[in-house]
Design a protein around this ligand. Sequence first.
Ligand SMILES: Nc1nc2c(ncn2[C@@H]2O[C@H](COP(=O)(O)OP(=O)(O)OP(=O)(O)O)[C@@H](O)[C@H]2O)c(=O)[nH]1
Ligand SMILES: [Mg+2]
Length: 335
Amino acid sequence: MPFLDEVELQLFAGKGGAGCISFAREKHMPRGGPDGGNGGRGGDVILIARTSRNTFDDLKGKRHWRAGNGGQGEANKRAGRAGGDLLLELPVGTVVRDAARGHVLVELVAADQPVPLLKGGRGGRGNHSFKGPNRQTPRIAEPGEEGELRKVRLELRLLADAGLVGLPNAGKSTLLSRLSAARPKVAHYPFTTLQPRIGVVERDFEQMTLADLPGLIEGASDGKGLGHQFLKHVERTRVLVHLVDASSGDAATIAAAWRIVRGELEAYGETIAAKPELLVLSKADLCTEPPPVAEVARLTGRDPLVLSSHAGIGLEELGARLFALRRPAAAPDAG
Ligand SMILES: Nc1nc2c(ncn2[C@@H]2O[C@H](COP(=O)(O)OP(=O)(O)OP(=O)(O)O)[C@@H](O)[C@H]2O)c(=O)[nH]1
Ligand SMILES: [Mg+2]
C-alpha cells in the first residue's frame, strides 16, 4: 500500500434549477406579464481539512457524493432556492488527484480553510427575464446548468516535522519509541516496519512530530523493497534523521551504508535530497571502542551524532538538534 490511506470518490456539484414559465393572473387581466422566476444555483463541492480526521474510513462506504440541486424558479418572480454545498471534511495532508489523469488538483496542507473544488450549475432564467420591448409574452425559460463533476483520488500523506530514514534494522523504530510515546514494532530483522507511523516528541513544552518509515535498501528507487514508495511521506518533512548502524565500529562500513541510502534519496529527487539531514550513528552501545566520528565526518561531510537507544546515549542531544533545525515557529495552519 503506497499510502497511509487512499480512496476514490465520484463528486458531483449540484445542477442549477430550471427557470419557470408563468404569467401573472390578476383580476380583469386574463393574461398578465411574464413572472416566472429564475432557478436556484446548484451547490458547490468544497473541501476542508480538519485536524480531527486521520483517515478516509468514513468516506469508504459511499462512492458518489453530491451537492444539492438548485430549486426551480416559481411564479411571482420567485427564484428557486440554492442547492446546498457539499462540504467534505478530510484529514490534513490529503492530496487530491484527478482519478482519470492522475494530476494533483489540490493538497490540503492547512486546517479549516475551505477549498472550492467543483462549481454548481447556474440556475436557468425564468420567462420574466426574457421580457423585452418586442417580447411581452415570452413562453421560454432556460433549464438549469449541469454542475461540474469529477472522479478524484484522495491520498493521505504524512505531514511530520522530521522523518527517520536508514537501512532496514538500523534502529529507527526503537529510536521513535525512545523519543515519543509511539510504540512501533521493533524486531531484530529487516522490514519490521511496514507502515509509516508518527510519534510526537516533546521538549520544553514544545512539540514536533517524527515519522518512522520502513527501511530503504539499495535499488529502492527501481522498486525494490518497501521504502521508496514511503519516501513520498517525507517529501514534506523539514528534516531527515538518517540512522546508520555503527555497531561495526568501522568508518568505511558506516559511510558505505550512509551512501546507499543517500543514493536512494537522491534518486527520488531534489525535494527530499536537499533537506537538512542529521546523521545519527546508532547502536553505539555495541561498539567496543568509541565510534569513529571524525573519520565518518570526513567521509560523509556530516556532523554525526553518536546514539544508543538502548543505553540512552545521545537522545538528549538529538532532541536539541532536532528542535533547533525546525523552522522558527510559524503561525498554526500557515501552510
Ligand atoms: N544494542 C542495540 N540494539 C538496538 C538499538 N536500537 C535498536 N536496536 C535493535 O536493532 C534491531 C532493529 O531495531 P528496529 O528499531 O526495529 O530497526 P528499524 O530501523 O526500525 O528496522 P526496520 O523497521 O526493519 O527498517 C532490534 O533488535 C533492536 O532491538 C540500540 O541502541 N542498541
Ligand atoms: Mg522499523
